[in-house]
Design a protein around this ligand. Structure first.
Ligand SMILES: *Cc1c(COP(=O)(O)O)cnc(C)c1O
Length: 429
């Protein structure tokens, strides 16, 4: 975006006055006396999410077991219905997506289906900066097939300790790789990978490719079906604002419909034969087949209200504001806080097509500065070794908030406030 930012507070207020999404902020419960910059870890609660949860609670109260068939959205079909609601956000066809399971659980369900080591083609390709849970799960999948993760799990390395180059990922796609699993946006740096290119390159080499989109769904548009990704999964408690530990989502490209799920369970059964309670599994012919157990209604219901709100706002408008507001934050840091004595840096790529919804701010004393920001009522988070993550969520963070955060970053150093904190990293943020 070619817009030139200005440093003053009045400019921030002007951006807010012109912001077409500004009205959504009132539909969220904002923690009092704080500036919430951690929505990439846990999105805030909206009245919309609360309302859909309360409706389902009411259905439970009044309908009991009959809710499975007789609720406003029958619970038996809820996972698929929410999948249909979410599909446009990720460029999926409605039956390629279900809201079901958890992030890491869905990884296991999908990788156990698509990881088929054969002869020399037995490696899984990932990278050293993927979310640790994903790497633990991939190692476990290799071991389950009798492999050795030291041999069969290939991790692409970063050149600079910050970013992962698509060229390096493509180069690591050898004829020994059978499956690749990569993140869309890196949880630390905020780098966005070129998923279209990676999918093309993988398929050219006969490699099955899937993506963990936990850090992009709800803030970055996707075209999963057009790109031809084989599978994807993500959590709904970050930019989708579905609530702590809310149900995740899984995507399976329709070319794989009818494959036998690696972790079968009765909720993956075709609904028309499910209650015949036969001993033979009859998988649904859609992504629904990858569900395992009963829909966790109370962890899923808030997602309904959230998804409707995101659709109403439009993922295109959300991305537009996200790029503008993260660009603004980076501009303020570059222009006013990058030199001594402030010495803040930015880990996130500047190019719009290479970044997601948060900004990774680097500083040699990042841990203590993070503590000092919390004491000042800013809610960021810290990721080792030296990154403060700041996520200006388009639906509820204002440009004025971002301007104030920059003032806090400055004041912490001006007053030496961070020096009052011990450099111990025991606290979870
Ligand atoms: C948040 C996140 C997860 C979380 O996994 P859970 O199973 O929901 O705890 C996994 N992968 C990535 C990339 C994430 O950002």
């Amino acid at each position: 975006m070619a817009s030139r930012y200005e440093p003053g507070e009045d400019y921030a207020l002007r951006l807010d006055a012109e912001d077409p999404l500004a009205g959504y902020r009132d539909r969220f419960y904002l923690p009092r006396d704080s500036i919430y910059m951690d929505g990439n870890s846990l999105g805030l609660m909206s009245v919309d999410a609360e309302r859909s949860l309360l409706r389902v609670m009411g259905e439970w109260r009044t309908l009991g077991i009959k809710g499975w068939g007789g609720a406003e959205i029958p619970w038996i079909r809820y996972a698929e219905r929410l999948g249909e609601l979410q599909a446009p956000l990720v460029g999926a066809e409605p039956d390629e997506l279900v809201v079901s399971g958890g992030t890491t659980v869905n990884l296991h369900a999908l990788v156990s289906t698509f990881y088929k080591p054969k002869g020399k083609k037995r490696k899984i390709l990932a990278d050293e900066f993927n979310f640790p849970s994903d790497l633990y799960a991939l190692s476990a999948q290799v071991r389950l097939r009798g492999g050795d993760p030291d041999e069969d799990l290939v991790l692409v390395k970063s050149r600079d300790g910050l970013l992962v180059e698509e060229d390096d990922i493509v180069e690591a796609m050898t004829d020994q790789v059978q499956l690749a699993l990569l993140p869309s946006v890196y949880y630390r740096s905020g780098q966005l990978l070129d998923l279209r290119r990676l999918t093309e390159e993988a398929h050219r080499r006969g490699i099955v490719i899937g993506f963990d989109c936990s850090h992009s769904v709800g803030v970055v548009p996707h075209r999963l079906s057009e790109w031809g990704a084989d599978f994807a999964f993500w959590c709904n408690y970050k930019y989708v604002n579905g609530g702590p530990g809310s149900t995740g989502s899984l995507y399976v490209n329709r070319r794989h419909f009818g494959s036998m799920p690696g972790m079968a369970g009765w909720f993956g059964n075709d609904r028309s034969t499910m209650f015949e309670m036969r001993n033979e599994f009859d998988p649904a012919r859609t992504a629904s087949a990858w569900q395992i157990g009963t829909t966790t209604m109370l962890s899923t219901a808030p997602i309904e209200g959230s998804l409707k709100m995101i659709r109403e706002a439009g993922i295109g408008s959300i991305r537009e504001k996200s790029l503008r507001i993260t660009g603004y934050l980076m501009h303020l840091i570059d222009e006013t806080l990058s030199r001594e004595p402030y010495s803040y840096g930015i880990a996130t790529p500047r190019e719009a097509e290479r970044r997601g919804g948060h900004v990774g701010v680097t500083h040699a004393d990042a841990w203590r500065i993070n503590q000092a920001l919390i004491a000042r009522g800013v809610i960021p988070d810290f990721r080792p070794p030296n990154i403060i993550r700041l996520a200006p969520i388009p639906l509820y963070v204002s440009y004025h908030d971002v301007w104030k955060v920059a003032q806090h970053l400055k004041a912490v150093i001006d007053d030496g406030e961070h020096l009052r904190f011990k450099d111990d990293r025991s606290t979870v943020t």
